[in-house]
Write a protein that binds this ligand. Structure first.
Ligand code: FES
Length: 152
């Protein structure tokens, strides 16, 4: 039994805190204390949100199901990249802010655990997650959005 969960609550095996799950060929599924910023404005302050990572949603940064229509193909495993630790140890209940860079990636600012479809996890407080669908280091950004002309 996990020490972090309350007695009597179900043990789902999921890590505590802010989590970004990466399902195969699907969106980035975030749970925890999640804030999403676009152009300096908070567009979501929630405990559960799906953000587009195929690059084709008409409702960016949110998923609208377009990954199914465009045949987005990705195994949901960690192909490269990472999150880095911040200078200060984050509190367990700190929110993570996802800053949507204009025509660029989802910038992670706060504690986050990325959970791949094969169970591999990456933890940290800073990094860049791909939302153009073209990175060779998914789920992390490798700069391909600049060459591909991604428009957010
Ligand atoms: S956002 Fe996809 S490579 Fe940067």
């Amino acid at each position: 039994m996990s020490e972090a969960r309350e007695a009597g609550s179900p043990d789902t095996g999921a890590p505590a805190g802010n989590v970004a799950e990466v399902p195969p060929a699907g969106p980035l599924c975030l749970t925890g204390r999640i804030q999403v910023e676009v152009d300096g404005e908070t567009v979501a302050d929630t405990d559960d949100v799906a953000l587009c990572r195929c690059g084709h949603s008409a409702n960016k940064p949110f998923c609208d199901g377009s990954h199914n229509k465009v045949g987005f193909s990705d195994p949901g495993v960690i192909l490269g990249g990472r999150l880095v630790p911040g200078r200060d140890e984050p509190a367990e209940d700190d929110p993570v802010v996802i800053v949507c860079a204009t025509d660029g990636p989802l910038l992670v600012r706060g504690p986050l655990t990325v959970v791949a479809s094969d169970g591999e996890t990456v933890q940290g407080t800073k990094g860049a997650l791909c939302r153009c669908g073209a990175s060779s280091t998914k789920p992390f950004c490798d700069g391909t959005h600049k060459r591909s002309g991604f428009v957010s």
